[in-house]
Design a binder for this molecule. Structure first.
Ligand code: ATP
Ligand code: MG
Length: 437
């Protein structure tokens, strides 16, 4: 669909009176011109979900704020700085979901979904909300497609999740995705590493950014994720988790890496990868591509989340793909999306009141037979309607005038050659199909 040039936010000359409304900063409309990209991504995600047997799960956009405070974690940027929290008229403290995983686990516990399958594989799709500084690849409302496997701690499931995300990127023909992978241990071994890390940074406290000085007390692992230059420099000599893993975590991570290698996934162990959410344990990962400044996907194992939400222990693993970032990569890499319309399409024009009145019925018949019908029946003249036909680049037009209504026929015009013929209405569908073959 042709598209007028974008207007700058807050544009518009003075003296025009009141400005029309604009969308909230960092929250974009998804316009018809981007439809193909979205269809392409969603088709790929749905196909992969189906082939891997991930089941449909949708949860509300609004959840109790405490779900993310207990789940994602109070000391994470997402909850501490980026969450949209508000009180309802009834006095409930709720939040726009900043991420999907706590909702997925809430739903799993609430509906006893583990009863039906072991493990349960679900996909979860929709908008997420984070109050961050808007810039390229960073919106305040963005969309994630997430895969989760709940109910089993076996390393094979960590790799199944990674492979699902990789299959999605492959289906979209995204070039050179790289898996960055690490482990962050468990309840047994992480405290030891945490203490070691804390004492390393404690002696360098004066060089840390303000946030990290605070994180040192609340959540020392998060220091490794700080994007401030001075903190990143200090990270270079920080102790690494691999030296502190217990035997079980060591074996788990080794198995994950072996399976990743077996499956020919390009990967890079990153001993400082920790990720910004509190519930992760053991394997954590991100997927980056050369064409995206940030990660296109991120995830990990979250065996303790269910307990944090007041449930029993449910080992689980998941990954979320950021669709806006994936779309940017597709555009940068020059991937051509398939045409939205791969069905036969005609342009329908009618002149005169009677013809216009008869149009809806004929168009319905065509549509019932799988033919896409485009029209501009609000325009009176044939000329204006045909101009619209030309603009929409449709090669076959059907014209209905007073005489055709009377005769029970339609004029079929080839918009490329200009040749036209009269066709009896009862044969219309067949004749159209014949011409579009
Ligand atoms: P980053 O380090 O770039 O902030 P993140 O670790 O916060 O990413 P996750 O919470 O793991 O990201 O979300 C998974 C994916 O969602 C990311 O890999 C990215 O593609 C996408 N994503 C995260 N935040 C945003 C955002 N503000 N705008 C657009 N996409 C986002
Ligand atoms: Mg972030």
């Amino acid at each position: 669909m042709p598209h007028p040039p974008a207007q700058k936010k807050g544009d518009g000359s003075k003296g025009e009176g009141k400005q029309p409304f604009q969308s909230v900063k960092g929250m974009a409309d998804i316009l018809p011109k981007d439809a193909q990209w979205w269809y392409m991504m969603i088709d790929a995600a749905r196909t992969v979900s189906e082939l891997h047997n991930f089941h449909f799960l949708e949860t509300p956009v609004v959840e109790p704020a405490a779900l993310f405070e207990s789940g994602t974690g109070l000391s994470t940027d997402i909850v501490e700085k980026q969450m949209y929290v508000f009180k309802t008229k009834g006095g409930d403290r709720v939040a726009l979901r900043p991420e999907g995983t706590p909702s997925v686990m809430r739903s799993y516990l609430e509906h006893h979904l583990g009863y039906y399958a072991l493990p349960l594989k679900v996909f979860h799709y929709g908008p997420m909300f984070r109050y961050e500084r808007p810039q390229a690849g960073r919106e305040r409302q963005f969309h994630q497609w997430e895969f989760d496997i709940l109910g089993d701690g076996d390393p094979i499931y960590d790799v199944e999740i990674i492979l699902a995300a990789m299959d999605f990127l492959k289906a979209l023909k995204i070039k050179n995705p790289l898996l960055k992978i690490n482990t962050i241990g468990c309840r047994v071994c992480r405290p030891g590493y945490r203490e070691r890390l804390k004492s390393y940074y404690q002696t360098r406290k004066e060089k840390l950014c303000e946030d990290c000085v605070r994180r040192l007390q609340t959540n020392p692992l998060r220091l490794l994720d700080c994007k401030e230059k001075r903190c990143e420099e200090l990270k270079r000599n920080a102790p690494i988790v691999l030296d502190y893993l217990c035997q079980a975590c060591n074996n788990h991570f080794r198995s994950v890496l072996e399976l990743v290698e077996d499956n020919g996934i390009a990967y890079e162990p990153d001993p400082y990868l920790v990720r910004g959410l509190d519930y992760y344990n053991r394997t954590v990962f991100e997927v980056v591509t050369p064409s995206s400044p940030g990660s296109v996907a991120g995830g990990g194992r979250y065996d303790y989340l269910a307990e944090q939400l007041g449930g029993h222990m449910v080992p689980a693993v998941g990954i979320a793909m950021g669709l806006e970032r994936v779309m940017e990569v597709l555009k940068k890499e020059g991937v051509v999306p398939p045409q939205v319309r791969n069905r036969p399409t005609v342009f329908f024009a009618a002149v005169g009141e009677q013809a216009k009145k008869a149009s809806l019925r004929i168009m319905r018949e065509l549509r019932a037979n799988g033919i896409v019908v485009v029209e501009a029946l609000g325009k009176r003249s044939l000329k204006a309607q045909l101009k619209a036909a030309n603009r929409s680049k449709i090669s076959l037009a059907l014209l209905l005038g007073q005489q055709e209504v009377f005769e029970g026929s339609m004029m079929v015009r080839n918009m490329v050659t200009g040749a036209q013929e009269t066709v009896v209405l009862s044969n219309l569908v067949e004749e159209v199909k014949k011409r579009l073959r």
